[in-house]
Design a protein around this ligand. Sequence first.
Ligand code: ATP
Length: 258
Amino acid sequence: APALAVQGGAVVFEDVHFAYDAERQILNGVSFEIKPGQTLAVVGPSGAGKSTIARLLYRFYDITGGRITIDGQELRDVTQSSLRSSIGIVPQDTVLFNDSIGYNIGYGREGANQAEIEEAARGASIHDFIESLPDQYAAKVGERGLKLSGGEKQRVAIARTLLKNPPVLILDEATSALDSRTESEIQATLERISERRTTIIIAHRLSTVVNADQIIVLEAGRVAEKGTHLQLLRKNGLYAEMWARQQSEAEEAVLPAA
Ligand code: ATP
């Protein structure tokens, strides 16, 4: 197979079908198109198949029907290594190696030098924190990164991805692990790194997708609605309902119980 040649990074899902087990269909004909450099947010109820979309793009599994292409090239026709070097994933929960923080960032690209690692750390807003540690970049992160907070671990993952510098980015939105201030700071960092890269955000909270170029609402393995935040609110369907529910939950959280 030839290597994937990425020009702009247009990602297309065409009538994609997929099942982990033959008895249970997970995606039932999912189609969408992301233009080079644009951001698509995938929302929908738990279990709808949002993370599955990310796994299929990274080719952890092969689809059972339809086509997935990047710049017109079908995923199954290109080498897996070229595909994976073109896609960066910032997962919900990053697995770190029991090694130094510098090593963990450097893992993003083989052969990266110290200056490049530090530049990536600056981009992820974690350089100053690392400099404040007694051992700085040589500081050990502990088993699976247990010496770092959830937010710090996520910044290491972002720095790792910046070092890799992929044209296509998948952000699996972090949820409960972060407090709301850390969350909004990380959100700002993620928005910055997704500029000029084709980005898919797997979103759990709708407040983080308001600025996406396109939002798809996945329900039972199908695209139930598609549009921008405003278009979907005007539609008064599933998205508008989810939005209203999350707004009232947010209000309940700040107002004292009557
Ligand atoms: P959440 O918002 O809860 O993360 P999601 O929309 O991302 O959910 P997926 O992780 O894509 O959902 O999972 C879709 C469905 O596929 C779920 O019902 C899940 O149980 C099932 N599933 C996920 N991974 C596997 C697997 N490896 N084998 C079998 N079924 C799986």
